[in-house]
Design a protein around this ligand. Structure first.
Ligand code: NOJ
Length: 746
């Protein structure tokens, strides 16, 4: 019996291996059977009928879409969810179309699905790759239990501009950290067995340079040089491709005059050429049509040609491939090889996910019932939420607060908000399902907590897709809040951005606290200075006044389902904060774009004269630099030892990290380099290593890094990676400012 089982297992393993080896053959066989119309059908993606995550399609004709599915003219659907709903729609394709090719169902599963995790920018602040991978895994488990095959994540766009609302969806400003996080997210979504029924295919977006929208205005032009493109924008994409991400999404923006959707250099030369990427590229929502408005395509037909010719394999909601590709091929204008290549890539994803073996494998209603909002998922969400919090300021150890005997006022429009902490991307979650700061604080019974909103955030009812109408007039609650604050031991103020104030289309020209919140803060401060500011926001804000005046500031972003619990644990010291900023906080909007890995310029200063690179009305320094984040522990760095490894261009870096306090804690040790002289100038600091280290109270540990040519080299202006010998500064510390430094010659 035992032998039989072993034999069966062997056969099964062999069959699985064989089928994965064989899918290229099967793709060719299928391709030969397909008509041109069916091929174009695979390149067509429609939105479903539940949620719309872009401008509503003009036709809105569901019947026509169903007919297209039955006729094999739809390769993928987005925004359909539910095990049953997806099974039914899949049936339409598999049982009615001539070749029965399964549909790929996609959705924006960005930071959790039903259980909501911190927004991606917040998670990046954890610098905890394991926790980030876990968050993506849980999102995959829940989304796939609802029948979804494919997520449009991770967004790996680097951005230096807090005005851009989509910074909430990325990992911040740094390509090294961004690359590591991109890989963690891809691994989390896709797991380690592509054919498993809880594998969620990743989609790396937006290829490329979407985060460099001029003036931080969403969809705006990106115009950057080769050095920034290759050294800053592309590395996270490359890392994600190498990690096996099954798909890419191109981008709305033009880059140096070419809309990314029609950019051959990006898609054919770099991605599919140099990087040898064999996955598929989907357009962004309607981005093929938008090439007309860009002034790049004459009309729909021309746009379809340009996109397909440039390597956009699938058309998301432009409906232009469906309308024009057949005609373009038949007229000899578009090479059929491009169509075949696109279809191969699309089918490959479906084969890799095992959809040809079982197109319904994701549609399991029992899994759906059992897995959504599973307690383990909630625990994982709490864990990442705590790790994502950044302690920005903590004068005289104002925090943590004592757990008993205190009179505490909680003030602010976000104090009892159970929706904002869910952030912007949360298609599957329900309003009002996050734990609020108030609930978190109330779960500690030893103190008395009284709450006053002070002001209402919005003057109109809020809904996810609608623009928030910020309250700038109604001050009626301020007096009550001020009265409450009087005589309290501590005032906790929950202020920041509403959950829908960052995200797609939510660029801001002002980065202060929106609406009347600054006024409320100052009014409360006038009667009680013992304020802890709990910031909730999707991007860096300009909070110079708060920094100058308040004893404690805690950056809590939008932390997801367990937001309030995580915040309370940090405030009371049950979790020792360990987050570090993945994006620089400016003092004022005039400094934006502001980022740590800047170039030195020919006039770095400071000098007494006016003629150096600076502002005459503000310092160059940010409010909080990249990598900044305090702890209840007190860490010190010592004994930096930098040495060249024998016979190589590698460097060993060693240092001691000590926890001088009585509190156990985590510190993110950051390693930066500066290549002093190079054939293309290099930034004054570049992150090239980090390690999150746990130290018990009083403990010292030796930390070690190795830098090789791949960390010490860079891309030249021809996009070629090179290493140049010379002097390198090596810097280590708990932030991008300060720390220990040494120089070494290679
Ligand atoms: C537009 C966004 O730019 C993209 O990131 C998203 O995945 C699609 N809409 C689909 O919702």
């Amino acid at each position: 019996m035992k032998n039989k089982i072993v034999l069966l297992l062997l056969i099964l393993t062999h069959t699985t291996t064989l089928s994965s080896q064989n899918y290229e053959v099967e793709i060719e066989t299928l391709l030969k059977k397909m008509t041109l119309e069916e091929k174009v059908g695979q390149m067509n993606q429609y939105t479903g009928f539940f949620d719309v995550t872009g401008p509503a399609p003009a036709d809105g004709d569901n019947k026509a879409k169903y007919d297209d599915i039955r006729n094999g003219r739809v390769g993928s659907m987005l925004n359909v969810r539910g095990a049953k709903q997806i099974r039914e729609m899949q049936k339409l394709a598999v049982e009615n179309s001539r070749l029965g090719i399964p549909i790929l169902f996609g959705m924006d599963v960005i930071h959790g699905h039903k259980t909501i995790f911190p927004i991606p920018l917040a998670e990046a602040a954890s610098w905890d790759l394991e926790a980030i991978e876990k968050a993506a895994r849980v999102a995959a488990i829940e989304a796939t239990a609802e029948g979804i095959h494919w997520t449009f994540a991770p967004m790996v766009d680097i951005s230096r501009d807090a005005r851009w609302g989509r910074v909430m969806e990325g990992a911040g400003e740094d390509p090294f950290l961004g690359s590591k996080i991109a890989v963690a997210r891809v691994k989390g979504f896709q797991g380690d067995d592509l054919t498993a029924s809880n594998t969620l295919a990743a989609c790396v977006k937006h290829f490329a340079a979407y985060g460099f929208a001029e003036s931080g205005k969403d969809y705006n032009t990106a115009d950057i040089g080769s050095s920034t493109l290759h050294n800053v924008v592309l590395p996270p994409f490359k890392a994600a491709a190498e990690a096996g991400a099954l798909t890419f999404m191109n981008s709305f923006n033009e880059l140096n005059g070419i809309p990314a959707t029609g950019d051959k250099y990006l898609q054919r030369d770099i991605l599919k050429g140099e990087w040898g990427y064999d996955g598929m590229v989907v357009s962004d929502w309607g981005s093929i049509t938008e090439m007309i408005a860009h002034g790049y395509a004459e009309d729909g037909k021309h746009a379809a040609f340009l996109a397909a010719d440039a390597g956009s394999d699938m058309d998301m909601e432009s409906h232009l491939y469906k309308l024009h590709l057949k005609e373009l091929v038949e007229a000899g204008e578009l090479d059929i090889a491009h169509i075949d290549d696109a279809v191969r890539r699309i089918l490959r994803v479906k084969f890799k996910l095992g959809l040809f073996e079982d197109p319904y494998k994701y549609s399991d209603e029992l899994r759906e019932k059992n897995l959504l909002l599973h307690p383990d998922h909630m625990n994982a969400a709490l864990d990442v939420a705590k790790k994502s919090i950044v302690l920005l300021k903590n004068e005289n150890n104002f925090l943590p607060l004592a757990k008993t005997g205190k009179k505490i006022a909680l003030i602010g429009p976000l104090g009892d908000d159970k929706t904002s902490p869910l952030g912007n991307w949360r298609l599957a979650s329900d309003d009002g399902t996050a734990s609020s700061v108030l609930e978190g604080l109330q779960s500690y019974a030893g103190n008395s907590i009284q709450f006053s909103k002070g002001i209402n955030f919005a003057s109109d009812p809020i809904h996810f897709v609608h623009e928030l109408k910020i309250n700038t007039e109604d001050r009626t609650g301020i007096t009550e809040a001020v009265e409450l604050a009087k005589g309290m031991d501590v005032v906790i103020m929950a202020l920041g951005e509403h959950g829908v104030q960052s995200g797609e289309g939510r660029s801001r020209a002002h980065l202060g606290l929106p609406g009347l919140q600054q006024e409320l803060l100052e009014a409360v401060y006038a009667v009680n200075k013992n304020i802890v500011l709990v910031l909730m926001n999707g991007r860096p804000l300009t909070i110079d006044w708060a920094d100058k005046n308040l004893p404690a500031i805690v950056e809590t972003w939008h932390l997801g389902s367990k937001s309030g619990n995580a915040i309370a644990q940090v405030i009371y010291g049950d979790y020792n904060p360990s987050g570090k900023l993945p994006m620089t906080f400016p003092k004022t909007i005039g400094q934006v774009p502001i980022y740590y890995n800047t170039k030195n310029t020919g006039r770095p200063g400071p000098i007494d004269l006016v003629f150096w690179s600076h502002y005459i009305d503000e310092t160059n320094a940010p409010l909080y630099p990249f990598g900044h984040g305090l702890s209840y522990s007190d860490f010190s760095y010592s004994e930096l030892n930098v040495a060249r490894l024998a016979m190589s261009n590698s460097i060993s870096v060693k240092l001691l990290l000590t926890n001088n306090s009585k509190v156990d804690g985590n510190e993110v040790v950051q390693l930066y380099i500066r290549d002093r002289v190079a054939s293309v100038t290099r930034p004054i600091k570049e992150l090239k290593g980090f390690e999150k280290v746990f130290l018990k109270a009083g403990e010292t540990k030796q930390i070690q890094f190795t830098l090789t040519e791949s960390e010490l080299g860079f891309y030249n202006n021809q996009g070629k990676f090179i290493f140049e010998k010379g002097d390198f500064d090596i810097m280590v510390g708990g932030s991008s400012v300060g720390g220990l430094a040494d120089t070494i010659k290679l």
